[in-house]
Design a protein around this ligand. Structure first.
Ligand code: PLP
Ligand code: COI
Length: 336
């Protein structure tokens, strides 16, 4: 695995993954297993009724060779909210962090070295398992953490990419869009495939109620910079509350001295923005070069170059990831 630049975002062989079982109302100790296979009843609710949730976070190698995990406590809390919403037993923050540590330690040699923009992606998941037929919560559960070394999610890292806007929805106004459950992603597959077939990186989802405001950029949140240098990002009941976005709000205010507006971004008023981007764990920050909507091609800063403010946000965020920029207290879990 020498060519870190071309790692992309896919499954690579690893040394092992974590697995823990929930039976009779409690979680077992959990352990590291080698194979990334599990044996479950084909009647499991995860397979039929989408009773499952997942997370995504990353481990980074610093210049000094330390291992940094970015805000894992936030992922633990979001997984608890996801579990709560679809009636799965919660994982305590302590158990979640212990599982992350065990997986990172078991795969320490697979964390890409500093300086390649690569990392070890961690994929916690919770699934409902056991023999069940009716639409009701599963009798048993599995909590696991998988991992894979990854590079850029969208091609090119900091190279701007173009997005189309879909007329379909990934989530409902009072549905599950604000938690990280598989059904939202199943609902996005067709729109994603159609966007890619047409030469786009992915598609933008509008708010499902009025179809006028930007909700999500594929599997990432949206942010934009106004002509007077304000950082704008929307929040709604159908948007997944991104930990990267929450971090960028803090970075914009406290590191770059920018004003932040948490408000809607109307798809018919993109002219108010001079830069725009997608943000998320997998995507980090990906500049949006162009959005095509109903025949209108809207170019932001440039279709080929990242804008200066997006670049500053990216440099600060990735600087914090890799230990080159001082992180706010509590953002980094260091694994010795
Ligand atoms: N929106 C969706 C739909 C996602 O799947 C993700 C990825 O986790 C995000 C946004 C970004 O969230 P985060 O920054 O917490 O990774
Ligand atoms: C992430 O950014 O961690 C994601 O989960 C996005 C996508 C790969 C589902």
């Amino acid at each position: 695995m020498e060519n870190y630049k071309n790692l992309g975002f896919k499954v690579q062989d690893t040394n092992g993954n974590y697995i823990s079982y929930y039976k009779d109302g409690k979680w077992d100790e959990g352990k590291i297993q080698k194979e990334d296979t599990i044996t479950i009843s084909a009647f499991s609710t995860a397979l039929h009724y989408g009773q499952q949730a997942f997370e995504g976070l990353k481990a980074f190698r610093t210049k000094e060779g330390k291992i940094h995990i970015f805000r894992p406590d936030e992922n633990a809390k979001r997984l608890q909210r996801s579990c709560e919403k679809i009636l799965m037993p919660k994982i305590s923050e302590e158990k979640f962090l212990d599982a992350i540590k065990q997986v990172v330690k078991a795969n320490e040699d697979l964390i890409p070295p500093y300086g390649h923009g690569a990392s070890l992606y961690l994929r916690p998941y919770v699934i409902g398992v056991g023999r069940n037929l009716g639409v009701k919560p599963a009798p048993e559960y599995i909590f696991g953490v998988l991992c894979s070394p990854v590079g850029s999610y969208f091609k090119g890292g900091l190279e701007p990419v173009k997005f189309t806007v879909t007329d379909r929805d990934r989530a409902a106004p009072n549905g599950t869009g604000d938690v990280k459950v598989g059904g939202n992603y199943a609902a996005s597959l067709l729109s994603h495939q159609k966007a890619v077939e047409q030469g786009y990186a992915d598609c933008i989802y509008l708010d499902p109620l009025t179809h006028t405001k930007i909700d999500e950029v594929g599997a990432a949140n949206f942010f934009a910079i106004t002509k007077d240098n304000k950082f704008v990002t929307p929040v709604s009941s159908s948007i997944l509350p991104s930990i990267t976005k929450k971090s960028l709000i803090h970075i914009a205010q406290n590191y770059l001295d920018m004003e932040v507006e948490i408000r809607d971004a109307n798809i018919n008023n993109l002219d108010e923005f001079k830069e725009a981007g997608a943000c998320g764990t997998a995507a980090a920050i990906t500049p949006i070069g162009r959005i095509d909507y109903h025949g209108n091609k809207h170019v932001f800063y440039s279709e080929t170059e990242v804008g200066p403010i997006t670049k500053k946000l990216y440099d600060t965020l990735t600087g914090i990831y890799y230990g080159d920029v001082k992180a706010p207290d509590g953002w980094i879990m260091v694994i010795e």
